[in-house]
Write a protein that binds this ligand. Structure first.
Ligand code: GLC
Ligand code: GLC
Length: 655
């Protein structure tokens, strides 16, 4: 250990010693049992030094460091003291089973409360629906009180302490969380900590001229500093506003706004902001949340002369939040939302930072493979980018509430002879339906005419060809679209990690063009893939179950549900271990999942032509001569070639 490290640990110990009387006071006020105090103190012993190092790194130059660290400790102690017994019970289980989320039984879903169930109390009536579908993880899109008018789908939060009154109350949230817990479903909410809405109390105080709160944000009197930052910044929402700063008339100052102009970036170089957001984090966690989705993690630290994305201090900051969660709410997990270059995505993932993370690279490359009918880039990328550290997992998804960005690595593309710039252009043409022969019906998001950059909006079904097929009333095309959807789900559910359904996918919901009628939504094409749940589908499903026939929707629902149930029955699908199988067929993705002696081979044909695979390859990878496709029970002998139908996916178990 270096001398300075030792020096910092010494300071950590001394600090804790000095703060003991303050901690004792918290225990006295809260009157929790000695046993509960003891649990906290054991965890504090384990995590205090690493926590202190992290905060020291960020804030040791601040005159008020000691003041804030005292508050951080007391905030953590109070959070534990206020934590309800049933949550503490879960904490204890999860401390003993830190990889609980790697089970094959975990299946996620995400939804908007209003679009799916109107409000929280009505949503409580749908717990049976989630169970039927097989979900054990439910992400509710942001549901806190928001600014009036455009609120970026809930991401412009006015207070983290109350629910949007249109959706219910904090008590409704607690009740819903308790219902889900009983049903064995984990609840996921966003922790929107990069920015607040411009009408959050802190922002209002800043606007009123309060200097303490002006220091919560990045506020500048003129363009001098913004111009200097601007030289190295990207634009995230270029069609909303050019540049990253917004002029505020009231204050007559410029405010840093990475996203919409009403979303003010928080200034984490100020330890008061860290402490204040920590209180909000514990408040949210203690309503009964299992997983926090850390929104926009890439942007939380800024430094002049850099891109202000993915800076080392962003990691330090999240690690500090993580240590505090380990101390006060130890069952809580973090999920990273870093939709950035794959080298950067993976840096947020560790037991001590975010245990789980969106897998945007896999998502984008599955769509890439569908467009090209080839898996080369996907295989090239997976071959060196899928592995993760211990006790962490990918969250695999196909669509979400956001756009698709083509965030693959240019060098990965180059390595197999693909020009990244041209390829992104092709993918954008393809998914907006402009490329000749395209089956997709996406629309552009944030097209930047200067850089040629563009992302794609659209629902899974519309991007996979169902919208076009229905429009043309073409049975063959409908069949191909259904197969594409099943193929993508089949990969997402088997490749290793937590599969996450964006609800609506289970019905093959199409783009909703009506969003343009709402002025608060019209400027943001992501609303095209945020349609309202149509409960008629479910009635239709019941009729179908009784009568034995069904529409395209009921078909999609039944196959999705069946595949989820199948995943849950296959222990080989737990964990993260995934080995690619070299197949010498550029249209077919092949991999093997191995977990505790269980094996499953997956073969996925990304073309609309039948494809052959040498049976011997399957014999050597799967160590067997006969295999059964778990999806349709058909048996294959490895003495022959294995033939995959157009877009077919096989989950092969040894017989
Ligand atoms: C995240 C959300 C996105 C939102 C942005 C700003 O990326 O997923 O919907 O626009 O953050 O909060
Ligand atoms: C960018 C950001 C991501 C955000 C998305 C919203 O890709 O990196 O955080 O969710 O924009 O469109």
């Amino acid at each position: 250990m270096s001398k300075t490290q030792d020096e910092i640990d010494f300071k950590a110990d001394l600090t804790l010693q000095r703060l003991q009387p303050r901690l004792a006071q918290v225990w006295q006020e809260s009157q929790i049992s000695d046993a509960r105090q003891h649990e906290f103190e054991l965890r504090l012993d384990e995590h205090w030094r690493p926590l202190f190092r992290l905060l020291f790194e960020l804030y040791h130059n601040r005159y008020d460091f000691f003041f804030h660290i005292e508050h951080v400790l007391l905030t953590a102690a109070r959070a534990w003291a206020e934590r309800r017994e049933e949550l503490c019970e879960l904490d204890r289980h999860r401390i003993n089973e830190p990889n609980w989320f790697q089970s094959e039984r975990i299946n996620g879903g995400a939804l908007y409360v209003d679009l799916f169930g109107e409000n929280l109390s009505k949503l409580r009536e749908h717990v049976g629906y989630f169970k039927d579908l097989g979900l054990t993880y439910l992400h509710l899109m942001p549901l806190f009180a928001v600014r009036p008018g455009n609120n970026d789908g809930g991401y412009a939060i006015s207070t983290y302490r109350s629910v949007d009154p249109r959706l219910g109350t904090i008590d409704d949230l607690r009740l819903f969380a308790a219902d889900l817990r009983k049903a064995g479903i984990s609840l996921v909410l966003d922790f929107v900590f990069n920015h607040t809405a411009d009408d959050h109390e802190w922002a209002r105080l800043a606007q009123a001229g309060n200097r303490e709160f002006q220091e919560y944000y990045y506020i500048f009197p003129d363009r001098t500093e913004p111009e200097k930052y601007e030289r190295t910044l990207r634009e995230i929402f270029p069609t909303v506003r050019r540049g990253n700063f917004t002029w505020h008339d009231g204050m007559q100052q410029w405010v840093w706004t990475t996203f919409n102009s009403f979303q003010w970036d928080l200034n984490y170089t100020n330890p008061a902001v860290f402490r204040a957001m920590l209180e909000e984090m514990f408040f949210i966690a203690n309503t009964g949340i299992d997983i926090l989705r850390l929104d926009a993690v890439a942007f939380i630290w800024k430094q002049m002369g850099t891109s202000c994305e993915n800076l080392p201090q962003a990691h330090t900051l999240i690690q500090a939040f993580n240590r505090l969660a380990r101390i006060a709410t130890p069952g809580l997990l973090f999920k990273s939302e870093a939709i950035v270059h794959p080298d950067d995505v993976v840096k947020y993932i560790s037991e001590h930072e975010c245990q789980i993370s969106y897998n945007p690279t896999l998502m984008a490359l599955l769509w890439e493979s569908l467009a090209t009918r080839k898996v080369n880039l996907l295989v090239q990328t997976l071959s060196h980018r899928y592995r993760l550290p211990r006790n962490t997992a990918w969250v695999n998804y196909l669509r979400c509430h956001d756009d698709i960005g083509w965030t693959f690595d240019d060098a990965d593309a180059q390595a197999i002879g693909i020009n990244a710039y041209d390829h992104r252009k092709f993918l954008n043409d393809f998914y907006t339906g402009q490329f000749p022969g395209s089956f997709a019906r996406g629309v552009p998001f944030q097209e930047n005419f200067e850089t040629g950059d563009m992302r794609i909006s659209g629902t899974m079904a519309s991007l996979a060809g169902l919208e076009q097929a229905i429009e043309e009333d073409d049975e063959e095309k409908k069949e191909l679209a259904l197969r594409r959807m099943l193929l993508l789900h089949g990969v997402s559910l088997s490749i290793g990690g937590i599969p996450l359904l964006y609800l609506g996918e289970e019905w093959g919901m199409l783009n909703d063009y009506d969003f343009v009628k709402d002025p608060a939504k019209a400027g943001d094409s992501r609303w095209i893939h945020r349609p309202k749940m149509q409960w008629e589908f479910l009635e239709e499903l019941d009729d179908h179950r009784n009568a034995g026939n069904g529409s395209i929707r009921t078909h999609i629902y039944c196959t999705t549900q069946k595949l989820i149930a199948l995943r849950k029955s296959l222990p080989a699908l737990a964990g993260q271990e995934m080995d690619l199988i070299a197949l010498s067929n550029e249209h077919v993705l092949g991999y093997i999942r191995i977990n505790e002696g269980n094996r499953l081979i997956v073969l996925a044909n990304f073309s609309e032509e039948p494809q052959q695979i040498d049976g011997n390859k399957i014999r050597t990878a799967g160590l067997g001569r006969f295999f059964q496709n778990m999806i349709d029970d058909k048996t294959y002998a490895t003495s022959e070639n294995i033939v995959l139908a157009p877009y077919q996916i096989l989950w092969l178990n040894r017989v």
